[in-house]
Write a protein of this length. Structure first.
Length: 212
């Protein structure tokens, strides 16, 4: 009788297309509770209310499920960064700082997605969809860096890719250490936003940008 009920539940979820979503939500909850490496594929299935075999209808293995979680995270991340950049309005420097604040805000608001994106140990090229979503997120920062660098004289102008990588590393480090919405967050005697803004200002002024 038990197996019959579970079978009906699985078939309902599969028929209505709910099983992939249920598995993603289960994975997010488990990531929040145990970290991106702290649970098995079978645990995700159990948390979603299906048998251990059911997830294989949609995901090859646990890494494939994690890749889907990470892809969704990068899409949300890219959208948030793009809104913050706002095509460089009201001015490129202000918009650039807004992108940094959006980076920190995402890490704070979506720690499970953030962990899946950056801490699950997934190869960046594991799937074309994941790689594309990650590239789109970084492309926002790269466009912002290109706009900022274009205001400098061509002689001695730094490569925009280098600037975007430097600012990404600074933003990611601060987000990972101080702007998380989970237990991994470290204490800081200032806000993460203030720390990031000060670091970016020092960096940009070293390039001849940002005033002062």
């Amino acid at each position: 009788m038990k197996w019959s009920r579970e079978g009906r539940r699985e078939r309902r979820g599969y028929h209505h297309g709910n099983l992939p979503e249920a598995l993603v939500q289960a994975a997010l909850k488990l990531i929040a509770d145990k970290g991106p490496a702290g649970f098995t594929f079978a645990e995700a299935a159990r948390s979603a209310g299906v048998s251990p075999a059911a997830p294989y209808r949609h995901y090859r293995d646990r890494d494939a499920l994690m890749a889907e979680v990470a892809r969704r995270g990068f899409e949300r991340f890219a959208a948030g960064l793009a809104r913050a950049w706002n095509d460089g309005d009201p001015d490129p420097l202000t918009a650039f700082h807004n992108v940094g604040r959006a980076y920190l805000a995402f890490a704070r608001a979506e720690p499970a997605y953030y962990s899946a994106m950056f801490e699950a140990g997934l190869p960046p090229d594991m799937s074309a969809e994941l790689a594309r979503a990650a590239d789109e997120a970084f492309a926002v920062l790269q466009r912002a860096a290109e706009t900022i660098c274009a205001t400098l004289p061509k002689p001695g102008r730094p490569p925009a890719m280098m600037v975007s990588l430097h600012v990404w590393a600074l933003s990611h480090g601060i987000a990972s250490l101080f702007s998380r919405g989970d237990a991994a967050r470290r204490k800081l005697p200032m806000t993460p936003e203030d720390l990031l803004e000060a670091g970016v200002l020092v960096y940009l002024r070293g390039l001849g940008l940002g005033g002062g």
